[in-house]
Design a protein around this ligand. Structure first.
Ligand code: OSB
Ligand code: MG
Length: 378
């Protein structure tokens, strides 16, 4: 990563937007039907006095069901604590902004969104693409899709067939007790042995479920994601010893240091890297790097992002350690219309890595204004 010039922070605006999902998305922690998304817009002023705008997307959901953060809380901590701390140092860049927020515990999604907006503006001001900033040279990445829990196996199979027809190269099924073995068996039968398949339990099982989960070994899954509660690192290590299917952590991984520990304990055979969950793209890169050193395959998770977060995720996922397809599906997987003019599309199962200056998207200002519910200056 190249070193960047420093800037003065100008205006900061927090926007909330309302976006319906094209279909309900059910996981073991709840059902999402509409998104209430917090966006961060910053202005950075460079040494010549010219101003560049940047955007960040906070991945906190409306309720604290996936992680402790939620969108109203994220906005509150930004306004009350994080933004005042970032304003303090005078000259900043994205890494400096994150350092200025580090003494506050937790709130990685809120911190990550602020860092993201500053990083976007910083890169745009020097006409640098995020891919060039990271030194990533891959032009396209494989696209995986996350499929919610369905009430019946027939409806699940119809949905999965649609995604296979769309070209997705990897299917991820959300599972929970009662919607697991039978669903996985039916989908494996539908897609055949050659299409990559994995499952995500979002913490729905307990340590005593090892024998039950070992039944998944029959279906040649790439991995099982976060079977146990996020704090149960030892439980995941025990499951990793019991199951042939590799254990992948999502919710448990909130920092590079914690990821290194989980790997050392044998709890993390594969890592799902979500920039928002770990406090931003810069920490995500550190986790990528340490996983590469430890021989742990990584892939890029998703949080139902708009074209802002999806573009940056696609670029992150073009780093060489991302050897498994990520949850980087087309914009149309979740949204009828996106807030960017260049939404992610999939062609032959691949997503083109954005190379425009900044984090790789351009805002559709008219549509954004139309779906904005509140705007708050900070
Ligand atoms: O656990 O990976 C998850 C969405 C919201 C919260 C948690 C998760 C997910 C997904 C969606 O699986 C993946 C995507 O954005 O495509
Ligand atoms: Mg997950």
């Amino acid at each position: 990563m190249s070193s960047a010039p420093t800037f003065t922070l100008g205006a900061i605006e927090l926007r909330r937007i309302a976006l319906p999902l094209v279909a309900p998305f059910r996981t073991s922690f709840g059902v999402e039907t509409d998104r209430d998304i917090l966006l961060v817009r910053v202005e950075l002023i460079d040494s010549d006095g010219s101003t560049t705008e940047g955007w960040g997307e906070c991945v906190a959901l409306a309720k604290p069901t996936y992680s402790p953060e939620y969108v109203d809380g994220a906005q509150h901590v930004m306004l009350s604590h994080l933004i005042p701390a970032v304003r303090h140092p005078g000259l900043i860049d994205a890494a400096g902004a994150t350092r200025a927020m580090a003494h506050f515990h937790g709130h990685p999604m809120a911190k990550g969104a602020i860092e993201m907006a500053i990083l976007d503006a910083q890169l745009r001001s020097t006409s640098t693409s995020f891919a060039d900033f990271l030194g990533a040279t891959t032009l396209t990445i494989p696209s995986g899709v996350s499929v919610g829990i369905h009430g019946t196996v027939d409806s699940l199979l119809a949905t999965v067939q649609g995604y296979v027809d769309d070209g997705y190269v990897r299917i991820k099924l959300k599972i929970e007790p009662g919607s697991d073995i039978e669903h996985v068996a039916a989908v494996r039968d539908l897609i055949g042995p050659d299409t990559r398949l994995q499952v995500d339990a979002n913490t729905a099982y307990r340590r005593t479920d090892g024998a039950h989960l070992a039944r998944l070994d029959a279906y040649d899954l790439l991995l099982i994601e976060q079977p146990l509660p996020e704090a149960d690192i030892i439980g995941h290590a025990q499951l990793a010893a019991e199951l042939d299917t590799p254990i992948c952590l999502d919710e448990s991984l909130v920092s590079a240091a914690g990821t290194a520990d989980a790997i050392a304990l044998g709890a993390c055979e594969i890592a799902n890297i979500k920039p928002g969950r770990v406090g931003g793209y810069l920490e995500a890169v550190r986790i990528h790097d340490l996983c590469v050193s430890a021989g742990i395959p990584v892939w890029c998770g998703g949080m139902l992002e708009t074209g802002i977060g999806r573009a940056a995720n696609a670029i992150l996922a073009s780093l060489p350690g991302f050897t498994l397809p990520g949850d980087i599906s087309a914009s149309t997987r979740f949204y009828a219309q996106d807030i960017v003019t260049d939404p992610i599309t999939i062609s032959d199962g691949q997503v083109t890595v954005p190379r425009s200056p900044g984090l790789g998207f351009d805002i559709d200002q008219a549509f954004l204004d139309q779906i904005t519910t509140t705007t708050t200056s900070a």
